[in-house]
Write a protein of this length. Sequence first.
Length: 263
Amino acid sequence: MGLDDFITSESEKYFIIEYPNPKEATEKIKKTWKSYLLVLFARARVFYEGRAESKLTWADHLIITKPDGTLLVHSRTKREPVNWQPPGCIINSFIEDDHIIIVSKRHRPREIVRIEIKTLYFLIGIRPGKGYFDKFLSESQMVDFVIRNPDIIEPGFIPIQKEVHIKYGYVDLLGRDTNGNLVILEFKRRRADIQDVAQLALYVEILKRENTSKIRGILVAPGISSNASLLLRDKGLEFREFNIKTLLSTTKNSKQEKKTQQK
């Protein structure tokens, strides 16, 4: 099987080559490293030269290159690579003494990683999508954010205590509204469902047995399912959407307005 059998068009999502000969491998790496994430499993050794010097001896290693110039060399343990280069590096591949050589160069600061491959078991190229990464806060962080910015629940809301132990569980945050009513806040870092409404309703019912004043229950989450929303209304409970991007923007604008008024 010749090199032409492994030529990959830009529209193909992946390719797999088992035991390629050195010429096939080096040509493929040079042709595709800027457009494909490459994964190599090989018997190799690695030399590093830069702010220090190091040598990784002959063994079976997992080697990964990314189109942005990232290089990672993994051994059999730990999540961190043994050797690595950051984005922005230039990757080259050639043959030397019948070995496949991969060199990653970084100019500022000057760093070079040289990988010598004795046996390449396989070479895989994949074209993963970028996707959208959305980072969610923990429920504890959500509570702390509300304590620092209580008006996002409603004007005049006063936080009293978080993680209040009651029968059958813990109330995430207890507070009072402007009318002096006790307010139970239950936080969810994901979209709230029927079970979350039932949990809040149980907490409200428990505290009603111990207090004579009116008790409100508010579910705080990034979203809520339609069935949960119906149950929430049936139980006389409330919902507050917690969109961290919107809240941070609102809080920032509110603080700027206060500074302007003070001037």
